[in-house]
Design a protein around this ligand. Structure first.
Ligand code: FPP
Ligand code: MG
Length: 328
């Protein structure tokens, strides 16, 4: 089954609320300034996975579903995610995302910076609508951590000697923290106790770690039409991720010099990237990275199974499986 079909099946039970989140998102993402509105409309025309929206809503079903708080919270986290992608594409000088030209490619960096800021401001207003001080703090901590993750990524670029621990710290900050915040925030607004809030934070963290490791695998194994961005991007940008760390550990034979050139002088040796991507695919790097993703998924599953066996727990459990097998 395709990724889109799997997600629509999984999200069928919360579809009306996902639509309500989408409506609120679109309403807030609309500006009276034509150029800003056009840039925002360009993003709204692309189909994301809405994973953060769904996770926020589904987590609430494990506690006491308070829809009036969950809708602005979900829309806020989804919009924060989009704001961070718009800024990330400027930093990466990326040309395509979700199969469409990026905002920076189509409208230029100035508009992309301002659209990211606009979304960021609108996120703050959605968070204010939740009307819960703990969520204000969670939002601030999440933004700060995302920025730290993005800075770590900048510092790590061009460094071949990247440690496994540093890689985990980076993906925890740039990806897993926001996913954990969706679950933690949802638990907070639905009246969970402190222990449940912490459990659900850990659930989201582990799911987020699995998600980003698979993202880094797809950068090697995926094809451009499916993942919506060119494969081999990380390597081209001098970014060392888990499949490469493992590939170098298991068999750098004859490839270390080429990898060093590509990583340390990004953009200068793009002709070497396809053969290095093929080399990583042929070795143990992908399998070893997938084992780590499965480890985090299993941790997420163990935590999930301590919650009551409601229908949505099954959906969340299938969502964990989906994260491991997804194609985009
Ligand atoms: C995409 O991951 C990028 C992120 C998850 C976070 C980037 C965060 C920022 C730029 C700072 C936050 C900014 C605001 C306005 C809150 P990736 O680079 O692994 O994925 P990709 O290959 O799709 O780019
Ligand atoms: Mg990026």
């Amino acid at each position: 089954m395709s990724t889109t079909a799997t997600l629509s099946r999984l999200f069928a039970g919360i579809e009306p609320d996902m639509e309500a989140v989408d409506r609120l998102f679109r309403e807030r993402a609309t500006s009276g300034v034509a150029l800003l509105n056009e840039a925002s409309g360009h993003i709204l025309g692309s189909q994301g996975k809405k994973l953060r929206t769904a996770l926020t809503l589904l987590t609430g079903k494990l506690i006491d579903y308070r829809v009036e708080k969950l809708i602005p919270l979900s829309a806020g986290f989804e919009m924060l995610h989009l704001a961070s992608l718009v800024h990330d594409d400027i930093i990466d000088r990326a040309a395509t995302r979700r199969g469409l030209p990026t905002i920076n490619a189509r409208f230029g960096n100035d508009i992309a910076i301002l659209l990211g800021d606009y979304y960021f401001a609108k996120t703050a207003s959605l968070i204010a609508d939740v009307n819960d001080n703990r969520i204000d703090r969670l939002f601030a901590d999440t933004v700060a951590t995302l920025v730290e993750g993005a800075i770590m990524e900048m510092l790590d670029a061009r460094h071949l000697d990247l440690s496994y621990d540093r890689y985990l710290q980076r993906i925890s900050s740039k990806t897993a923290y926001l996913i954990a915040s969706c679950c933690r925030g949802s638990a907070m607004v639905c009246g969970a106790d402190d222990a449940q809030i912490e459990q659900l934070r850990q659930f989201g963290h582990n799911l987020g770690m699995a998600f980003q490791i698979v993202d880094d695998i797809l950068d090697y194994t995926g094809d451009e039409r499916t993942i919506g961005k060119p494969a081999g991007n990380d390597l081209r940008q001098g970014m060392v991720t888990l499949p490469l760390i493992y590939a170098l550990e298991s068999d750098a034979n004859g490839h270390l010099a080429q990898v060093r050139l590509v990583v340390e002088e990004p953009g200068e040796h793009n002709d070497l990237v396809p053969s290095l991507v093929a080399w990583v695919n042929a070795g143990h790097g992908i399998e070893a990275a997938l084992e780590d993703a499965k480890h985090y998924a299993a941790l997420a599953s163990d935590i999930l199974n301590t919650f009551p066996a409601v229908e949505e727990r099954v959906v969340l459990s299938e969502l964990i499986d989906y994260v491991l097998v997804r194609e985009k």
